[in-house]
Ligand binder design. Structure first.
Ligand code: NAD
Length: 264
């Protein structure tokens, strides 16, 4: 294949359907010649992921529930049988109980706090541990975060705390893996209507707020996140690591509501 990703092989975790950010990234990478492996979480999503994998010519790497480490091991065993090395990983996974993505952060339960951190934060490190062994020629690891890590967003609650820890993990992993030429970065995406986002209270309001108040006066698409991911996962960014790159129509630069923004 030709393209920026020709000869590169990578694992993408987090495709649920054709609206997933992970799917936008997978498509951008496949167009540039990458060889991709996809996982799914449970049988219900398997039915959705399989046709997308065949469309992209992707390897089926199996069921992966990151809260069960044996399923992560199984994915890497499958990869090791097919590929002798790995060049990139996309981690596009997040979870929190919907009942706590509304109301007040202060009411977060211990159980959901722990589960949110395990699935949304620790999983990046668990995957990096296994990927390190296969990234014999160096590599690039990418995760997805949100501005709610930096500033308080309505209803984002425990997920904001988790994303802050995820962004710190990116920096610690970047240092630990840098000597092996393995880079670790995050894309901080603006709000996009996906399955995961539908669990967040008043999400439509948040989308409109970003549209009216971002410098570009619009929201972002999964294809645009995909194009930025292409930069971070390809040799276009060989000197970039530990970075949180905002793909949010510039929203994070703004300090105040636009004076001409309509009421929502
Ligand atoms: P999505 O629902 O399409 O993807 C979320 C994925 O997480 C799904 O594929 C789901 O199967 C997976 N997942 C959840 N729990 C898991 C577990 N225990 N084991 C394995 N996989 C699990 O939604 P999305 O918006 O594309 O989310 C992808 C990432 O992007 C998430 O980290 C999310 O926080 C982040 N993000 C989303 C937005 C947005 O507005 N949609 C903005 C910024 C960042």
């Amino acid at each position: 294949a030709n393209g920026l990703m020709a000869g590169k092989r990578g694992l993408i975790l987090g495709v649920a359907n054709n609206r997933s950010i992970a799917y936008g990234i997978a498509r951008a990478l496949a167009e540039q010649g990458a060889e991709i492996a996809l996982t799914w979480q449970g049988d219900a999503l398997k039915k959705r992921v399989e046709p997308l994998a065949s469309e992209l010519g992707a390897v089926l790497a199996g069921h992966c529930d990151v809260s069960d480490a044996s399923t992560i091991d199984a994915v890497f065993e499958t990869l090791e049988k097919q590929w002798d090395s790995l060049d990139f990983v996309v981690h596009a996974i997040g979870f929190s109980d919907k009942d706590e993505l509304t109301g007040r952060y202060v009411d977060t339960s211990e159980g959901n706090f722990t589960k949110t951190m395990l699935i949304s934060v620790y999983s990046l490190t668990a995957i990096a541990q296994r990927a390190e062994k296969m990234m014999v020629n160096g590599g690039s690891i990418l995760t997805l975060t949100y501005y709610g890590a930096e500033k308080v967003m309505p209803h984002y609650n425990v997920m904001g705390v988790a994303k802050a820890a995820l962004e710190a993990s990116v920096r610690y992993l970047a240092v630990d893996l840098g000597s092996k030429a393995i880079r670790v970065n995050a894309i901080s995406a603006g709000p996009i209507k996906t399955l995961a986002a539908s669990g967040i209270g008043d999400f439509r309001y948040i989308l409109k707020w970003n549209e009216y108040n971002s410098p570009l006066k619009r929201t972002v698409t999964i294809d645009e996140v995909g194009q930025s991911a292409l930069y971070l996962l390809s040799d276009m960014s060989t000197a970039v690591t530990g970075e949180v790159h905002h793909v949010d129509s510039g929203y994070h630069t703004v300090g105040m509501k636009a004076v001409d923004a309509p009421d929502i």
